[in-house]
Design a protein around this ligand. Structure first.
Ligand code: CP
Ligand code: NVA
Length: 307
């Protein structure tokens, strides 16, 4: 059974095919017939969501599937029964599962015993669906992804980890700028270097955000405190303030630079209000593309698993 848990499990060709497919869905939203016709997709979420939940639900429905939302109160992951037993039972009822949770290992354990495809809707470690939509957005706005200088500023979190995989896999020009103590885990960086495009990729760490952003084509950020971290790290603001995307930082980038954020945003923290709503922001195009990308993931995953 092929799942969509991490970008590192895919080839560059498969990711590029998914992007092509997502563009096609954007042009022709109602593809018929769909492999999802009459099927049920469960949405198992132990964390809140707007974009991921809604885009998967709408996308699946546009492909003819039914969706079933299971929030934290219903399933009570690991409390009422084990992760494996939840997976074994859901596999008997539904045809695919989008799973958003805290511990990435839970998604791995869940998928291991699942007899239907599992999609990682975000874990503390990775957010692969987000990066697929991001790549699509860059391709649309810049005409290409390769040789586009992408600069990520802020926290070394799930979004950055998935970007590290994507940029190695697809041989991208990628700079990440985080406070020293908030860099991605070394095992992610090591694993990413084994991916097929890693040798041709140009990936660097730059602690100084003002240096990192020089000549950037894309300036990307995410929240400084991710879901599940709240309460632990209340003193982060001072450490992260230099990484805020504001008008003065943006002046250092390429004049045509575009600003991205996976959302939800804390306006006035990682991104300034004027930038978020300003002419260089493609943040809401990026959010829209979640829908087209999710449909591509669903359709391809069902196609692969049918073989
Ligand atoms: N970007 C993203 O995944 O948003 P949600 O948390 O609202 O799904
Ligand atoms: N890093 C953020 C992404 C939200 C889509 C979080 O995990 O909360």
């Amino acid at each position: 059974m092929k799942h969509f848990i991490s970008l590192k499990d895919f080839t560059a060709k498969e990711i590029n095919d998914l992007l092509e497919f997502a563009s096609e869905f954007k042009r022709f939203p109602l593809k018929n017939p769909s492999l999802l016709e009459g099927r049920t997709l469960a949405m198992l979420f132990t964390k809140p969501s707007n974009r991921t939940r809604v885009s998967f639900e709408v996308g699946a429905k546009e492909l003819g599937a039914h969706t079933l939302f299971l929030g934290p109160q219903e399933v009570q992951m690991g409390k009422r029964e084990t992760v494996e037993d939840i997976s074994r039972v859901l596999s008997r009822y539904v045809h695919g599962i989008v799973f958003r949770t805290f511990d990435h290992e839970d998604i791995v354990r869940f998928a291991k015993v699942s007899s239907v495809p599992v999609i990682n809707g975000l874990s503390d470690l990775l957010h692969p669906c987000q990066i697929l939509a991001d790549l699509l957005t860059i391709k649309e706005h810049k005409g290409k992804i390769k040789d586009t200088k992408i600069v990520y500023l802020g926290d070394g979190n799930n979004v950055l980890n998935s970007w590290i995989y994507a940029s190695n896999l697809l041989s991208l020009d990628f700079v990440y700028s985080t406070p020293k103590a908030y860099q991605p885990p070394s095992f992610i960086l090591e694993e990413a270097q084994t991916l097929e495009g890693a040798k041709e990729a140009n990936i660097r760490y730059e602690e100084d955000p003002l240096k990192a952003v020089l000549d950037a084509d894309i300036v990307y950020t995410d929240v400084w405190i991710s879901m599940g971290e709240k309460g632990k790290n209340e003193s982060r603001e001072d450490i992260f303030l230099p990484y805020q995307i504001n008008e003065s930082l943006l002046k250092k980038a390429n004049p045509q630079a575009l600003v991205m954020h996976c959302l939800p945003a804390n306006r006035g923290m990682e991104v300034d209000e004027f930038v978020l709503d300003g002419p260089q922001s493609i943040i809401f195009d990026q959010a829209e593309n979640r829908l087209h990308a999710q449909k591509a993931i669903l359709q391809k995953l069902f196609e692969i698993n049918k073989k």
